[in-house]
Design a protein around this ligand. Structure first.
Ligand code: SF4
Length: 308
């Protein structure tokens, strides 16, 4: 199979099972620059929807995967940035739907739901997972640092409108950061704010991968329990548990192809290599550490690897 530019995985997703990823967005292109973003600081910060890549190119990669008979539970449209900025999103979902019955999920920051075209595109997805970390303009600015053309009321109205009409599964995610949005007062106000929406699930997360800003800290398990109780949500476990997958035979190249899209921590890499029967795991980790194209980030007592 030739090297893929838009389609990656399948990778295990804590919420979705085995997920085939499709990224229609150039790296780090987003309308938010969240303090916890695992891609680092957003660049460029833009709110202009653009046809970044031809739909046909993306679909032709997807068709190659279909021919290969690789198994996955869900197709997830997820950018290395914000996928709703892709102007062809609606058409892309339609083109995938024409080729498979496998459910389509879209992971988004939800900001552009105020745009009727984005809402219309997302109505045809089976699962939409928007992130909402803030309940007012101040916290939105502090945590998500949106593009200047986005304000909190617009985002809220868009979410209300979408959640009212959407027939699929709406799973909201919130990222709780120590000292930023984890106080009792915050959680109670946030809970009230959530009553504006009709949704099926609320996932509560905390940054487990190295964040864009060094001051960002995850909440501890006590606080997580409290947040789960108050918000009636589901906590996402700290580490991914299932194995990653790659068709590439060479172990090193296989890791590179995954971390290009999805950072992996040292435990995930070890597990991945063990399952492939690799015998020189330490050697490969050492090689990753010395590779100029890779950033090794030490966070929470272990290393995470991602492509620069
Ligand atoms: S919305 Fe997602 S991609 Fe954009 S800055 Fe926030 S975490 Fe990163």
């Amino acid at each position: 199979m030739s090297e893929m530019k838009y389609v990656f995985g399948p990778v295990p997703s804590r919420r979705l099972g085995i997920s085939l990823g499709i990224s229609p967005i150039p790296k780090k292109t987003c309308n938010y620059s969240c303090v916890y973003c695992q891609l680092g600081r957003t660049n460029p910060l833009t709110n202009k929807r653009t046809m970044f890549f031809p739909i046909d190119d993306i679909i032709s990669e997807f068709e190659q995967i279909q021919k290969s008979k690789i198994k996955y539970d869900v197709i997830t449209i997820v950018g290395e940035g914000e996928p709703t900025l892709y102007l062809g999103l609606g058409e892309l979902i339609y083109a995938i739907k024409e080729r498979t019955q496998i459910p389509i999920a879209v992971i988004t920051n939800g900001a552009l739901l105020y745009d009727v075209e984005v809402r219309n595109a997302l109505y045809s997805a089976d699962i939409v997972l928007p992130t909402i970390d803030a309940y007012n303009q101040n916290t939105l600015k502090e945590i998500n640092r949106p593009h200047g053309s986005i304000d909190f009321d617009k985002v809220k109205e868009g979410m209300i409108e979408f959640s009212k009409n959407y027939k699929g599964q709406l799973w909201i995610e919130t990222m709780l950061i120590d000292g930023m949005n984890d106080s009792l007062d915050f959680l109670n106000k946030y809970k009230k704010f959530l009553k504006n929406f009709k949704y099926e699930r609320l996932y509560i997360n905390t940054p487990v991968r190295p964040p864009a800003e060094e001051f960002v800290r995850p909440i501890d398990s006590e606080k997580m329990k409290k947040a789960v109780d108050i918000l009636e949500g589901i906590s996402i476990d700290l580490l991914e548990s299932e194995g990653f997958h790659s068709e590439i035979k060479d172990h090193y190249k296989a890791i590179l192809s995954i971390i290009k899209r999805h950072p992996m921590n040292q435990f995930e890499i070890e597990e991945f290599l063990k399952l492939r029967g690799c015998e020189n795991i330490d050697e490969l980790l050492c090689r990753l550490g010395k590779d100029d194209n890779i950033i090794v980030l030490s966070y929470k007592g272990y290393n995470t690897y991602r492509i620069k």
